[in-house]
Design a protein around this ligand. Structure first.
Ligand code: GLN
Ligand code: ZN
Length: 807
């Protein structure tokens, strides 16, 4: 049994026996979204927004106290954010790009805030002529953070005391919280070096600014110490990844230096005790570095990461080890018995004097709030298998009590949680014979289509497309008319038949528009899809959807991921009706539109009782049947979107190959049954291909569309040099921006594309789907896109490039 995590020596203060690394910030009814959007729309004043946020923070503290986290001892994290926690770190450190500097009307109480709240939102969302910070995926999750810009001249100093103010706000309510902020190494590794007009020296890396950043963090720590904070949590998930653009030795050296300085320069209570948390994987060789340094507590992700060996754990005996054994990323109830076993093993490996606290593996920001509210769509069985944020807090606390006071204090909880898991695994929907048998009978033959050259010839014979064919990525603007129809259907105000006819009317308009614009391969526009994953989840068996299960995706944007709980079966076709209706309206080819297996997995909560690759295989088989049905219904072009292929890429290089193997295999299983005459497209909406170029080739799609407009076709030479010989559609219209590109701009992009890749491989399309754009912009942009394609075709012909085009 472990000692209670009280310090036997005075060097480590009391750390609570149970805690969570972070909690959903959006509120039970997405109050944060409503508050900030009302402010952005001018419906609420700044003071109102501040009051809304304060109420929300207070409600969260009360909620966590009610759930059993102690209000007295830093068990409750203080991790509120108006938009994003990486942006918060940037503004705390005053690391504000020049274009946003000086936007604070009134200096902060700290005396020197670089931006006020409107300035903060401007950094997140952009403003007329000031581009926002870039946004990208947070580790391998579907949360997005804003990328700080660091250059040699970035002003870095402790500039904003928001973290301290929120600690004091809680203290005034009688709650001692534990402030949470992104740690210095992660902050710098997530930043990008931005070359200013005056020039960042070549080879500059944000890590070059480590000392300045540490000085700023030291300022924050001193202020927190003065405010009386016993602990601070510095999140260092970057340490579990090894895919950064600097050598691992440099990351480790920076880590050592950072914590030696932060914990060594100031004594306590001048500063709070430091807890370094490292969610999303194993710390690996960074753990001995932290163990040897002076921080007071280290957090381990024991769900995603490995259990460190005894020697390493033993070296942590002078620190608190915060063991993340409750999964912060998924929604299944914890097998408490097994988790307790793990905690006991950690305790034993550390040896005498071990101080082990129980926690979640990551912040609970990735999961919905309370499964108790899901009475509508989730059956009783399924509800009983799930733990959302509230339930996970309770699990942590049961485990913490068992660890300090013995197993019998849990009552029946340990046995019950193991039984629940057994019951789940025994449920007839979780393992279905027909699915298992089909998977077992699969052979590699099912993955291979005819050779590409043969396919090209067969497709040319049926499709008759011009050089540089034009198309779109699938969705057309989701108008308020479409959304209203969907709401009306849900409320029962219109019948299913009425809804379908409304969608058909939309499709007809979209088809007519594309014909008028002169696009070559048409789409039906996806009006019937609320979301590209949820649409399929609702039609497949083995998935469930929630009513209130919102999680933050970025800023005020939330998604409601589906839950993939059982074996996947497609009871009937899912998209044929819409695609064939569109095809019936026109002589041009209409592209069928499916979401790929990896993306369906990435944007859902997925069963944890089998490897992801096995689950992907099942989803792929359902899609394979859909492909066959589309073909049989006469759809000759089919796109299988995989925008999340890159997002799930493991954080460790050593795991990339295995991941890419199963993900490529799933895509090929979904598409491998297509006839040579059927043109298979895929779409990946990002442009950093480095790590996955080979995999994209192995997908064996006939045409691949990618994002390229913003980077001005920079990716094409690498794609060509990798030997990629199939169709490629580099996006020529950045759909994330309201800017409508002119014909000349698009012509220039196409000219760059033609210079980089043989013209016969090229397609012309936007960067991504058009669902978030308005019709005015879409129509104008597509007009220009078609005009540019025609212009470039004409030039190519003039240049006598006929030979390369007619190949
Ligand atoms: N076909 C989808 C669309 O056009 C693809 C979206 C995506 O790549 N995220 O909306
Ligand atoms: Zn896309």
């Amino acid at each position: 049994m472990s000692e209670p995590p009280v310090a036997p020596d005075r060097t480590v203060p009391w750390f609570p026996g149970g805690t969570v690394l972070g909690f959903p910030r959006i509120g039970p009814n997405r109050e944060l979204k409503k508050a900030v959007e009302a402010f952005w729309a001018g419906r609420r004043e700044l003071d109102d927004l501040q009051a809304d946020a304060e109420n929300l923070r207070r409600a969260t503290r009360q909620r966590l106290t009610r759930l059993g986290l102690s209000p007295d001892d830093a068990a409750i994290p203080s991790d509120f954010s108006f938009y994003d926690h990486v942006l918060d770190a940037a503004t705390t450190l005053g690391a504000v790009p020049e274009r946003f500097a000086g936007s604070a009307d009134a200096p902060d109480p700290a005396g020197a805030a670089a931006v006020d709240l409107p300035g903060y939102f401007a950094m997140a969302r952009g403003e007329e002529d000031r581009a926002p910070l870039e946004m990208t995926k947070w580790f391998d999750s579907n949360y997005h953070y804003l990328v700080p810009e660091i250059w040699p001249g970035t002003p870095v100093r402790y500039a904003d005391d928001r973290v301290v103010r929120e600690f004091l706000e809680a203290a005034a309510d009688g709650v001692t919280t534990r402030p949470v902020i992104v740690g210095p190494i992660t902050f710098l590794l997530l930043s990008k070096a931005v070359r200013q007009a005056d020039g960042a020296p070549a080879g500059f890396h944000p890590l070059d600014r480590l000392d300045d950043v540490l000085t700023a963090y030291a300022g924050l720590l001193r202020a927190l110490g003065a405010a009386g904070a016993p602990w601070v949590q510095l999140d260092e998930p970057a340490l579990v990844a090894d895919t950064w653009d600097v050598p691992r030795e440099r990351v480790l050296a920076a880590t050592e230096r950072a914590y030696a300085r932060l914990a060594g320069e100031l004594g306590r209570p001048e500063r709070p005790a430091i807890f370094v948390a490292a969610p999303y994987g194993s710390l690996g060789d960074a753990l001995p570095v932290l163990a040897a340094g002076p921080v007071e507590a280290v957090g381990l992700d024991l769900v995603r990461g490995d259990l460190p060996d005894a020697e390493v754990l033993r070296s942590l005996r002078h620190k608190v080890v915060v063991a993340g054994v409750v999964d912060g990323r998924n929604v299944w109830r914890t097998d408490l018995d097994q988790a307790l076993g793990l905690l006991e093993e950690v305790t034993a490996r550390i040896g005498p004097g071990a101080r082990v606290a129980v926690s979640t593996s990551s912040s609970l920001l990735h999961v919905p709030l309370d499964v108790g509210r899901e009475k509508k769509h989730l059956g009783k069985d399924l509800r009983g298998w799930l733990a959302f944020a509230d339930q996970k807090v309770e699990e942590v606390l049961v485990l913490a009590r068992c660890l300090t006071e013995g197993r019998d204090t849990a009552g029946g909880a340990l046995a019950e949680s193991a039984e629940v898991r057994e019951r789940r695994l025994a449920h007839p929907g979780v393992r279905r014979r027909e699915v298992r048998e089909r998977v077992a009978a699969l052979t590699d033959a099912e993955l291979a289509r005819a050779p590409y050259t043969e396919r090209v010839a067969a497709q040319r014979a049926v499709l008759d497309l011009p050089p540089l064919p034009t198309t779109t990525i699938g969705s057309f603007p989701q108008t308020s008319r479409i959304r209203k129809a969907r709401v009306a259907l849900r409320r029962g105000a219109i019948s299913d038949a009425e809804y379908r006819s409304a969608m058909r009317a939309e499709i007809e308009e979209v088809v007519r528009l594309q014909e008028r614009l002169g696009l070559d391969v048409l789409v039906h526009g996806e009006p019937e899809r609320n979301d590209m994953v949820q649409y399929f989840a609702e039609l497949l068996e083995g998935f469930a959807v929630t009513e209130h299960g919102w999680v933050q995706s970025y800023g005020s944007r939330c998604t409601r991921p589906s839950i993939l709980w059982g074996d996947v079966v497609r009871p009937r076709h899912m998209t044929v009706e819409w695609s064939t209706f569109a095809a019936s309206l026109t002589d041009r080819p209409v592209k069928g539109m499916l979401t790929g297996p990896v993306t369906i997995l990435a944007w859902s909560f997925v069963r944890d009782d089998q490897p992801l690759g096995d689950t992907a295989t099942q989803v792929a088989l359902a899609l394979r049947d859909e492909v066959a049905d589309l073909e049989a219904a006469g759809i000759g072009v089919i796109q299988v979107d995989e925008p999340a292929l890159r997002e799930l890429l493991p954080l460790r290089r050593a795991e990339h190959a295995a991941y890419l193997d199963w993900s490529v295999r799933a895509f090929r299983l979904a598409t491998g049954g297509a006839s040579p005459r059927t043109q298979v497209h895929t779409h990946l909406c990002y442009s950093e291909f480095g790590a996955i170029l080979g995999a994209i080739d192995r997908l064996d799609a006939d045409v691949t569309s990618i994002e390229a407009a913003r980077s001005g076709m920079d990716v094409l030479p690498a794609i060509r040099d990798s030997g990629f010989a199939r169709g490629i559609g580099p996006g020529v219209y950045d759909i994330h921006s309201p800017h409508v590109p002119s014909t000349e701009e698009i012509t220039d992009l196409l000219a760059a594309a033609v210079a980089a890749v043989p013209a016969h491989q090229l397609w012309v399309n936007p960067d991504c789907g058009l669902k978030t754009r308005r019709y005015e912009e879409t129509t104008a942009a597509l007009e220009h896109l078609v005009a540019a394609a025609r212009a470039v075709r004409a030039t190519l012909q003039e240049q006598g490039a006929r030979t390369s085009l007619s190949r």
